[in-house]
Ligand binder design. Structure first.
Ligand SMILES: C[S@@+](CC[C@H](N)C(=O)[O-])C[C@H]1O[C@@H](n2cnc3c(N)ncnc32)[C@H](O)[C@@H]1O
Length: 184
């Protein structure tokens, strides 16, 4: 099915060209620590969307999958179909999400979304607006790149944020860090 989507010509250009390992870190964390508030989930920089798709399937969440690159969505749609769930699709940039929009969600997740220095400001400011909007929990996962640590430092200064190392040991192994903000 994914090959068919490729053949049809969808060509993501901001690194949304596969499922990244950081998505496994969030899924494993949520599996081990089910959040109290999980009804409405926003998956930012969703790429092929597996993290949000897992939330829809495992927690029954209503999920919005958001990405700046419209070309990720045919892949997301195929992945959702294979998993028997649907998520709402939103083409938008981190910097576009308003406090009002963010206030509709309980949980904000983002896997591997801080991979360039230029993303530090938009991601940090999106988190700031999400906290202001009352999003109950925010989780950002990363393979521990420098820009992610800069986002984490800013969030630790501004909010009650925790930075933890996380590893998944299975056939789909992954390691990295999770930035977690409890805003309940
Ligand atoms: C490394 S991929 C990670 C995708 C997915 N979260 C995963 O773990 O497989 C980063 C994603 O962020 C998206 N992205 C990059 N800059 C963005 C921005 N300013 N606003 C929204 N999405 C952005 C890209 O299009 C891409 O899909």
């Amino acid at each position: 099915m994914i090959r068919q989507v490729k053949r049809r010509g969808a060509d993501p250009t901001i690194h949304g060209n596969k499922t990244w390992k950081s998505s496994r870190l969030i899924i494993d964390y949520l599996h081990k620590h089910p959040p109290e508030h999980n009804k409405k989930v926003l998956d930012v920089g969703c790429g092929w969307g597996i993290t949000g798709i897992w939330c829809a399937k495992a927690m029954g969440s209503k999920v919005t999958s958001m990405d700046a690159d419209a070309d990720v969505f045919p892949y997301l749609q195929a992945t959702a179909l294979l998993n028997g769930v649907e998520t709402k699709q939103l083409v938008a940039r981190f910097e576009d999400l308003t406090t009002k929009q963010l206030s509709k969600y309980d949980l904000l997740i983002g896997a591997d979304i801080c991979f360039w220095d230029e993303l530090v400001k938009p991601v940090s400011n999106m988190v700031k607006r999400a906290v202001k909007a009352g999003v109950k929990k925010i989780i950002i996962a990363d393979p521990q790149r420098e820009p992610f640590f800069e986002v984490a430092a800013r969030c630790e200064k501004r909010h009650y944020a925790e930075l933890i190392e996380w590893e998944v040991h299975s056939s789909l192994s992954a390691e990295g860090a999770l930035l977690i903000i409890e805003n309940a």
